[in-house]
Write a protein that binds this ligand. Sequence first.
Ligand code: GDP
Ligand code: CO
Length: 401
Amino acid sequence: MRLELPRHAERFGANIIHDIQKVYELDAGNVIDQQFSDPFHVVQQVSAEQLHEVESQMAIIIPVKNERLRLLEGILYGIPHYCLPIIVSNSSRNEIDRFRLEQNVVENYCRFAKKNYLLVHQKDPVLALAFEKAGYPHMHDEAGLLRNGKAEGMLLGIALARAMGKKYVGFIDADNYFPGGVFEYVRIYSATMAKAGSDYAMTRILWHSKPKIVDDQLFFAKYGRVSRITNNYLNLFASQHTGFETSILKTGNAGEHALSMPLALELDYSAGFSVETYHFINMFEKFGGILPCPCPDVMKSGVHIYQVESRNPHLHEAKGDEHLHEMIEYSLAVIYHSPLCMPALKQEILEELHRQKILELGQEPLRPRIYPSLKTIDWNIFSGHLDFSDISNVQHTFIQN
Ligand code: GDP
Ligand code: CO
């Protein structure tokens, strides 16, 4: 793959946020062209070997809840062979057992492609027990099972990837229509992780465009309504602390993102759909140098955040206005409730939520639940409760209640 070098970056404490990088070539061949090592060259080459090296240590976590089976299957087609897909389903199991249908699709596909995978259901009591015994009771609901929510599914996926010894995790939503787009996202993850400037790294995808039908014509929108709002307030949030206006944050709602395992285990996570925006907030809080930092290692190494623009357009399921409102409220809520958010910005957020007809004047945004970092988990105990010790020799493994 050929990727634009990260040229411009802004620093917030130990966080180094790189401006958008473009993809120049989806496949750059196998021979390293030395010209690309020239410090004045603006594009870098990542060889197939380097990509495969990272991919063999990367889990791709696919959160899924009642999505069309064809879409879920399509995702699998797009994931490079060496990556381990971890499908975390929270699909309904009532009249129609959708999870069973997902299992059929995944099992069939992976048998023919000779691909390892892990498929779990978020409500599997075995998983809840493993978290509880390993010292992480934070995600349990009243019934003692793991809570609903995309973030909760993601955390479960990270823990499973860690238990499998993976060094990187990447996320791909299950409602993507283009397997080719999925393939590109994963390649972007592995290319940036191969070249990352520190053990603590995150890559976030900026979609090239999102096709829509407007007046019977295809229209390729650049930013969605939610991202426009989230990014604006994230940038204001960052600016208020440096005193310099910025527009560097362009991926506040990037569902498509990847993390190195050390960073994934260091972060706290916010529930539901606020999880991606909260990454930034949490990194500002933890590594921004304003609040006391509990992690000197990270402060020393620095955290590199890459934002990469894909070439493929992004087409996923349209989920309606209510979902957009929920996304806006959750995204702005985590900015609003941060101890670093200044009163003037809080006021602006309240006005925005009022303008969007999400809150009445005088109402405060909800306070999403925050899950502490996963690093306190006792991994021996966690793995001891799950029977997937030798997935590298097994074609398909599956935990089920
Ligand atoms: P958007 O694309 O950010 O607007 O949000 P989506 O509604 O498409 O959700 C993103 C992904 O998370 C999709 O693949 C959903 O199926 C999945 N998802 C949503 N809720 C849950 C949940 O409670 N648990 C799990 N595991 N996945 C979920
Ligand atoms: Co979606």
